[in-house]
Design a protein around this ligand. Structure first.
Ligand code: NDP
Length: 460
């Protein structure tokens, strides 16, 4: 018998932690896990899942409008925020219970408590009532995720983050969303679809820094086309509460009045009060935990997966890292996680799907590249009359002819890109794409029929 209470103890029952705990237990390890919020973590409780339900809820506005072009008369449609939030909460409760059941069925011992390192092997657990208990484990996995970060702006206490956006008592009539990243673009679309007047405020000159420049240009135009007021190169310097709402003051002296302001200005690793200083685990200045390709920290028996390591902050990546960790340590299958060509989506409206290099990065990495680009009106909107377009872009490394980047904006883009990501990750060439016969009529068939390349050279 080991001298420890557990073979593995996991701090944080989100996507990465739960996966690691279940798989390790499946290999016969004695596993414990603690969670001080709700089992399921950011993705299930206050992230991807409720967000996607909100995207669906908000998209009905377009669907109802589009139906008219197809002969449907829908006399009056109104949206009931409270009814939707209640339905959404029932689903989140169901998923929370599923996650708890999964842990129990795997034989993992769950502690609804906050975990804090006392040393490399001991964790102090404090539950909601303040009751303390100390456990020990041979191996400890940190899977505490991240939390929203808001810059120090005067009046920031009036702002909400995505955490609160899921539980607002009413739909705001006027909302400002600060930020130009994933969460800001997604929530701007959600509130706009539900009927709020939305102003999205971003400090840069095009949304979604780091994405391909065509995607950034295209999405900005589409969001504005949907009725979102986009304020680029704008910085909120002060928020004041007035009798008629919140007044946002800008550097240039401009003011905007709203009922709610939501900051989506990034997330930071969740290491507060984790007692990390009681170990020798190396932490970067931004709080993220340094790990190797096997998710091992600078301390031999302590590992970390997911957003707290700030590698690629996406749920499926955390799940993969958690699974690989358990396979390596408890299943005898050494396999590092491959972080190359990870597809991702932004559930803006229209949504984005992307895998591989942006045009700019591809040019830096591969030298000459060939660009295949197409912008067209999806078939659905021929009758709906909606002025919404779709962008498809393929980036091919000239020398190898390998497809190294794929960027789509428009209906079903995330679904399409995930399918094609297998081909991109497998290193298929443009010729191999072209010898695949498309399905007609679909938007995706464009990806196997793009013929005219623009050759982009590193020499400019
Ligand atoms: P992002 O990093 O995507 O975006 C943060 C935004 O805030 C950027 O536009 C950034 O501007 C801006 N910003 C940062 N600091 C300031 C500041 N001081 N003042 C004004 N603006 C500022 O973070 P998110 O919060 O949107 O999302 C966090 C992460 O969660 C994502 O990166 C992603 O990994 C993950 N996520 C994934 C989703 C998905 O898969 N669909 C959905 C939601 C989140 P700048 O670009 O100029 O730095």
């Amino acid at each position: 018998m080991s001298e420890y209470d557990f073979d593995l103890f996991v701090i944080g029952a989100g996507s990465g932690g739960v996966r690691a705990a279940r798989i390790a237990a499946g290999y016969g390890a004695r596993v414990g896990i603690c969670e001080d919020s709700r089992v399921g973590g950011t993705c299930v409780i206050r992230g991807c899942v409720p967000k996607k339900l909100m995207v669906y809820a908000s998209h009905f506005a377009d669907e109802i409008e589009d139906a008219a072009g197809y002969g449907w008369d829908i006399p009056s449609a109104t949206f009931d925020w409270q009814r939707f939030i209640a339905a959404k909460d029932v689903e989140i409760d169901r998923l929370n219970a599923v996650y708890i059941d999964l842990l129990e069925a795997s034989g993992v011992q769950l502690y609804l408590a906050r975990g804090k390192f006392l040393d490399d092997h001991r964790i102090l657990l404090t539950d909601k009532t303040g009751r303390n208990e100390t456990i020990s484990a041979e191996t400890i996995l940190i899977a505490t995720g991240g939390r929203p970060w808001v810059p120090e702006v005067s009046g920031a206490e009036y702002a909400i983050t995505s955490n609160e956006a899921f539980h607002l008592p009413a739909l705001p009539q006027r909302i400002a969303v600060v930020g130009g990243g994933y969460i800001a673009c997604e929530f701007a679309g959600i509130f706009n679809g539900m009927g709020s007047a939305v102003t999205q405020i971003y400090r840069g000159d095009a949304l979604l820094r780091g994405f391909d420049h065509d995607v950034r240009r295209f999405v900005g135009a589409e969001l504005q086309g949907k009725g979102i007021t986009l304020m680029l190169e704008s910085d909120v310097i002060r928020i004041e509460k007035g009798p008629d709402g919140l007044n946002l003051h800008f550097k240039e002296g401009k003011q905007v009045q709203v009922d709610t302001v939501m900051y989506a200005t990034g997330r930071v690793p969740h290491v507060r009060n984790l007692g990390i200083k009681n170990t020798d685990v190396e932490v970067r200045a931004d709080g993220s935990i340094v790990v190797d390709e096997y998710s091992k920290t600078s301390v031999g028996n302590i590992y970390a997966v997911g957003d707290v390591t700030h590698r690629i902050n996406l749920t499926p990546v955390a799940i993969n890292e958690g699974h690989a960790f358990a396979d390596i340590l408890f299943g005898g299958k050494p396999r590092p996680v491959n972080h190359e060509f990870v597809p991702s989506a932004v559930f803006s409206q229209p949504p984005i799907g992307t895998v591989g290099f942006s045009e700019e990065d591809a040019r830096r990495h591969f030298g000459d590249v060939e660009i295949f680009r197409s912008e067209f009106r999806p078939m659905k909107h021929t009758l709906s009359g909606r002025n919404e377009y779709m962008l498809m872009k393929l980036i091919v490394a000239s020398e190898s002819q390998r497809v190294v980047g794929m960027h789509l904006v428009g209906m079903d883009a995330p679904e399409i890109v995930l399918g094609f990501a297998v081909a991109v990750k497998s290193g298929l060439t443009k010729e191999q794409f072209d010898c695949t016969i498309g399905i007609h009529p679909t938007a995706a068939e464009e990806l196997v029929t793009m013929r005219t390349a623009v050759v982009e050279s590193t020499q400019g």
